[in-house]
Ligand binder design. Structure first.
Ligand code: HEC
Length: 146
């Protein structure tokens, strides 16, 4: 085998291995990605900043869409937690966007996840984009999860 083709083979192996490794780190919202205490902290924050439009029970209002249940989950199905985080951070509350702190957003998302009946776990939902981008929002529980 010519020397350059060996090099090419090695390069191809690296490329082939990379998606598999990324895949392994990828979690689902069904893996327990927030804690019950965090959701408890998020609840009053949501009530204060979001409920007036999205409803106390996240069912939506006259103009604001629901943040729990079928329509919400099908909008976000397959997207990552960092995309939801950024959507909230940049555009919500709609009448006063850009003022929420990262910990407040993570806590409110934990509360939203709880209302959507995703299970709580041992680790808090992170405020870091790199960690959040490893969490996939699955609208329905993937086969094989507890
Ligand atoms: C003044 C009313 C109002 C408040 C307060 C408000 N929202 Fe919204 N929200 C809306 C409206 C209207 C939309 C849809 C139009 C848009 O995207 O701007 C929306 C859309 C959203 C979406 C996208 C939903 C989807 O399925 O695409 C999310 C997520 C969201 N809001 C989260 C929040 C959170 C979290 C808070 C509290 C920090 C909040 N909103 C506060 C009015 C509001």
């Amino acid at each position: 085998m010519a020397r350059h083709s060996k090099f090419l083979m090695a390069a191809l192996l690296v490329v082939a291995a990379t998606p598999a490794m990324t895949q392994e780190n990828l979690k689902s919202v069904w893996d327990g990605v927030y804690t019950a205490e965090q959701a408890e902290r998020g609840k009053p924050l949501y009530a204060q900043s979001c409920a007036s439009c999205h409803g106390d029970r996240l069912t939506g209002g006259e103009t604001a869409p629901p943040l729990a249940g079928g329509a919400f989950l099908s909008n976000w199905n397959g997207l990552k937690a960092d995309e939801l985080f950024e959507r909230i951070r940049k555009t919500m509350p709609q009448d006063k966007p850009g003022k929420l702190t990262r910990p407040a957003i993570a806590d409110m998302m934990a509360f939203m996840f709880q209302v959507n009946e995703f299970p709580a776990g041992k680790e808090e939902l992170s405020t870091k984009p790199e960690a959040l981008s490893q969490i996939r929002i699955d609208g329905t529980k993937p086969a094989g999860k507890k």
